[in-house]
Write a new protein. Structure first.
Length: 173
């Protein structure tokens, strides 16, 4: 009987965060009973992502929505915007709209981002620059299009997971 259930099979608690640390972990996991996962959900550590690409090239890799949201909240904190977030309802809603881009179809993310940025005040420019560089991709200097973001849209986007009614974070019940 097929269902849309996802059952976490492996959790890993590692001391280090390097790709080599994750490679060692995956080597140990993959030799267990010919373990061949169809998908993997991780946070957005660079070492994790690099290791998944190397060790599990044919596995669907998704980032955790909770960790995506957490990364944005940390930037709100680092940019000194916590008071504005608490006191300015419009700003708070706009930050939530950035997070909500994870639910938009992948091919509409950039358009959605462009629409949202026009709703922010100038004091949020540093936050928007971070979000654009990290999650969207900066505009190219010459011509049209954008550079690759630090994290590919397909990694952090959960639109397909919502449609399939499967978990969007690695702490889902």
């Amino acid at each position: 009987m097929m269902t849309n259930a996802i059952i976490p099979l492996v959790y890993g608690l590692l001391i280090g965060k390097s790709a080599q640390d994750y490679n060692s972990f995956f080597e140990k996991v993959l030799v267990q009973d010919n373990f061949q996962p169809e998908s993997i959900m991780t946070d957005f550590e660079t070492g994790t992502i690099k290791s998944v690409r190397e060790m599990l090239p044919n596995v669907l890799h998704k980032g955790c929505l909770f960790h995506f949201s957490q990364a944005i909240w940390r930037q709100v904190q680092q940019k000194g915007l916590v008071t504005k977030y608490r006191e300015d309802e419009s700003f708070r809603l706009n930050v939530k709209k950035l997070i909500a881009l994870a639910f938009v179809p992948v091919d509409e993310i950039t358009t959605g981002f462009d629409l949202i940025t026009n709703q922010f005040d100038d004091d949020a420019d540093d936050l928007l620059d971070y979000f654009e560089k990290t999650w969207i991709g900066e505009p190219k200097r010459r011509g049209t299009g954008r550079k690759k973001p630090q994290f590919d849209h397909k990694l952090w986007n959960v639109h397909d997971r919502v449609l399939a009614a499967v978990p969007r974070s690695n702490n889902s019940k």
